[in-house]
Ligand binder design. Structure first.
Ligand code: PLP
Ligand code: SF4
Length: 376
């Protein structure tokens, strides 16, 4: 990662010059995690907070974790500030106003036969081994896990999860997620992967991570070369706006790609972040320049405290329709609504009816799903 210090538009170069931080520290992912911005005072040293954000810091502490890596804080405050990034990570009193918001909109708890293994599809599971994140996204649909301490790479949870996966021969694809599963030592991650590789019916191991976006220094050559020994490994990352694709992120993505790991991106459609045609088009294009295939664009779930960030489905459909024909076909993600019975692609074909402001959709099993208060 030291090569970033030779690129004068990298975040590492600019931040270490401006904040007078030792470059070796700034480039260390553990230093970044140990110096996450968590308090109002720390945030004020980076951002010109408005009243809602300031009060958000004061009152919100117990609602959902606050934490921002110095990397992401510097980047989102750089050159007068990028609201698209700040909105994702700064708390706000707007989080208190959300009559529709739910604690567990996907009923994941009920669909976990053992703790932190969500089993909805016959052939694949989401295995939530992590609790920590490089940034705590205000729209996260797994906020609820925050209240429970000690879930991060919990030995017993992992052991039980592995036993369950080993016992279910229909599972061929394990999605390791959390929290952020790359926030552990190389050894801890390798030991998890190698345990999964000992289960002969598990063919694909994939990770969902936000580290390329908010903590690119985690993706060292040493780490990505370790992952390479366990192919097929797939990684989905989580860029929401084009400003997040920095030289630092590009190097992280190159390290992953050069290790032969296919990269996908899952973004969430968010108000003021990526809800315009040009923002979305430029994010999707830029991703493909870095060998990342836009995979899913999620409709923001009805998660508590996210009303101010949710975008109507009608708008989402228009945005996606307008991308078609204008940018490369492989740069267009599927627009998805995640529901307790699985992911439903949002397109005209699946929308059965609009009832008031509710959207009625047909799920993969032919059931009807009602997404409340989501049309306009
Ligand atoms: C999203 C998800 C998966 C993976 O779904 P794909 O459409 O294959 O990417 C698997 N299990 C659960 C519980 C999920 O939420
Ligand atoms: S990185 Fe992922 S798990 Fe963590 S807060 Fe953001 S969306 Fe949630």
């Amino acid at each position: 990662m030291e090569e970033l210090l030779k690129i004068n538009h990298s975040v590492a170069w600019q931040a270490t010059q401006k904040l007078h931080i030792d470059p070796d520290m700034f480039l260390s992912w553990t230093w970044q995690m140990n110096h996450q911005i968590r308090s109002l005072e720390q945030a004020e040293s980076f951002f010109g907070l408005n009243d809602q954000e300031r009060q958000g810091f004061i009152q919100n502490k117990d609602i959902f974790e606050i934490g921002i890596t110095p990397y992401y804080a510097f980047l989102s405050a750089r050159n007068g500030g990028h609201l698209a990034m700040q909105k994702q990570v700064l708390p706000s009193t707007k989080e208190f106003i959300d009559p529709d918001g739910l604690e567990d909109p996907l009923h994941e708890k009920n669909q976990s036969p053992v703790k932190e293994v969500v089993h909805i599809y016959p052939d694949r599971v989401a295995f939530c081994v992590a609790q920590l994140c490089p940034v705590y996204c205000r729209y996260c649909f797994r906020k609820r896990r925050d209240k429970e301490h000690g879930l991060h790479f919990h030995r017993h949870v992992i052991k039980q999860g592995l036993e369950y996966i080993a016992s279910q021969t229909s599972i061929s694809d394990v999605l390791i997620t959390g929290g952020d599963p790359f926030l552990a030592s190389d050894e801890a991650i390798e030991s998890l992967i190698s345990a999964l590789r000992d289960i002969s019916h598990v063919k694909i191991i994939r990770f969902g991570t936000r580290t390329p976006v908010a903590l690119p220094y985690r993706l060292t050559k040493k780490f990505t070369q370790m992952l390479k020994r366990y192919h097929p490994i797939w990684v989905n990352t989580h860029f929401n706006c084009q400003e997040e694709i920095t030289p630092d992120a590009a190097l992280a993505l190159a390290n992953l790609s050069d290790a032969g790991i296919p990269l996908g991106n899952q973004s969430v459609l968010l108000r003021g972040v990526n809800d315009s045609w040009d923002k979305l088009a430029s994010l999707c294009r830029q991703l493909t320049y870095h060998r990342v295939r836009p995979y899913y664009m999620f409709h923001a779930n009805l998660v508590q405290g996210t009303q101010h960030l949710r975008v109507p489905i009608k708008t989402g459909l228009e945005l996606i329709r307008n991308l078609r024909g204008k940018i490369s076909g492989f740069a267009i993600p599927s627009y998805i609504l995640d529901t307790p019975s699985g992911k439903i692609p949002l397109n005209e074909r699946n929308i059965l009816d609009i009832d008031g402001n509710d959207v009625l959709l047909e799920s993969n099993h032919g059931e009807i799903w009602r997404e409340k208060n989501a049309w306009i």
